[in-house]
Ligand binder design. Sequence first.
Ligand code: SF4
Ligand code: SF4
Length: 101
Amino acid sequence: MSISKSAGWKDVLKAGRITEPGCAAKYETGGWRTYRPVHVPENCINCLFCWIFCPDQAILVEDGKFKGIDYAHCKGCGICARECPGKRGNKALTMIKDEEA
Ligand code: SF4
Ligand code: SF4
């Protein structure tokens, strides 16, 4: 089915309407993932860059330290692994294929 270019928003099919704002907390965006971050504790300096940069608040923190990864919401973007400085150049987050986990 096509919609004419002059159609207004009221003409859009109901399934195409967003009736309320949402965020990743409400939806398990982990189902989108192809790659997943894996934590390497011996290389972690608890700088929490990963927590700051994660767009889905999927990095879990307890007492100011890295606690884990919420895989139900981690969509596997890899930003945390990219920003992680690690210890002496050895990253504390690396990305692996989700199916290999
Ligand atoms: S960014 Fe890397 S080193 Fe820093 S807290 Fe996260 S995992 Fe640890
Ligand atoms: S890959 Fe890292 S930055 Fe991206 S959603 Fe998962 S935990 Fe957050």
